[in-house]
Unconditional design. Structure first.
Length: 329
């Protein structure tokens, strides 16, 4: 096939009652980010630069759960994480526990390019950010009123996550909300009333066949302070090699157990599966009872996605003119 290809996501596990205007808002943002990536690819920017550029844009917009608009921890603060991987030499960088770095994905890139390490977290990552001169902001910059409301609901219902965008009319208390939402989903035995993690990610193969992947998130609403999800873990939430680039989203704990992103590459390499077949295989066979989705590109210019949730905010485009933005199955 050949040629460049790009895919973006804004999270999997969307409530079917999501209002139409919120759906349109998400599609507009995904389209804007796709067009930004397409322009960069047409200008022959390498894949690694394109994934960083697109994820920065997603982090700056508060719509999804990364950068500004990140989910709040149990302490009401933001602890952000991100990772990036360059396929040709499997170089990578990751960060966790960020509270002041405006664009976590760019700090992950600097860990890859400017440090002797692959992963920096919490105070060490913040110190590295200051040393590198990246843009820092107060923690309040990342916190939205909507997310404050979500945290309040989650705490009252003793649940990890609520989706504030789904209106449940006439319900005054969180107990009523929890009772009204019939959800069998649990995370490590804890109930999740409405699951909408909305991690963001981008995967790209450029016209030279170089693959790259980047993922960024605020994690789970009402998460324990210090919790690290799949997004910054190379091989779980993010992976790129000479064959493909993969970015995952959904139930982090299940994605970690299944090493989901790496497994796409592994079944391509060891079982000889094509890209979409590899994606379908890992979604079906590697998640146990977890809920997740992923986007992927191959060195041959293919693009694929897969999820076992109601929907996944996603968009993709290829050099031959194909472009699609969608939410539902």
């Amino acid at each position: 096939m050949g040629g460049w290809a790009i895919a973006v996501h804004g999270g999997a596990g969307i409530d079917p009652n999501l209002p139409t205007e919120k759906q349109e808002e998400a599609k507009l943002l995904l389209t804007r980010c796709l067009n930004l990536g397409i322009s960069a690819l047409r200008s022959n920017l390498p894949a690694i630069d394109v994934v960083e550029l697109v994820v920065r844009e997603l982090e700056t917009d508060p719509l999804f759960n990364s950068g500004r608009g990140s989910a709040l921890s149990e302490n009401g603060t933001v602890e952000m994480e991100a990772s990036i991987m360059d396929g040709p030499k499997r170089r990578c960088g990751a960060v966790s526990g960020l509270t002041t770095v405006k664009n976590p994905i760019s700090l992950a890139r600097l860990v890859m390019d400017k440090s002797p390490h692959s992963y920096l977290a919490f105070s060490g990552a913040e110190a590295f950010a200051r040393q590198q001169g990246v843009e820092l902001v107060e923690n309040e910059y990342f916190i939205t009123e909507e997310n404050k409301g979500m945290l309040k609901l989650a705490k009252e219902a003793n649940s990890i996550l609520f989706d504030y965008r789904v209106p449940i009319a006439g319900l005054e208390s969180c107990t009523a909300v929890a009772a009204a939402v019939d959800s069998p989903l649990q995370m490590n035995g804890l109930p999740i009333s409405i699951y909408a993690p909305e991690t963001v990610g981008c995967v790209v193969v450029d016209s030279q066949g170089r693959c790259a992947a980047a993922t960024s998130t605020g994690g789970l609403m009402n998460k324990m302070s210090g919790r690290i999800g799949d997004s910054p873990l190379i091989g779980s939430g993010t992976y790129a090699c000479n064959l493909c680039g993969v970015s995952c989203t959904g139930e982090g704990e299940a994605i970690i157990r299944g090493t989901l992103a790496r497994d796409v590459a592994a079944v391509m390499e060891y079982k000889g599966l094509g890209l979409q077949a590899a994606v379908d295989y890992v979604i079906k066979e590697r998640l146990d009872e977890g809920q997740a989705g992923l986007i992927a590109v191959s060195k041959d210019g293919e693009v694929a996605c897969g999820f076992n949730t109601n929907g996944m905010f996603r968009g993709c485009a290829t050099q031959d003119g194909f472009m699609e933005v969608g939410i539902w199955n």
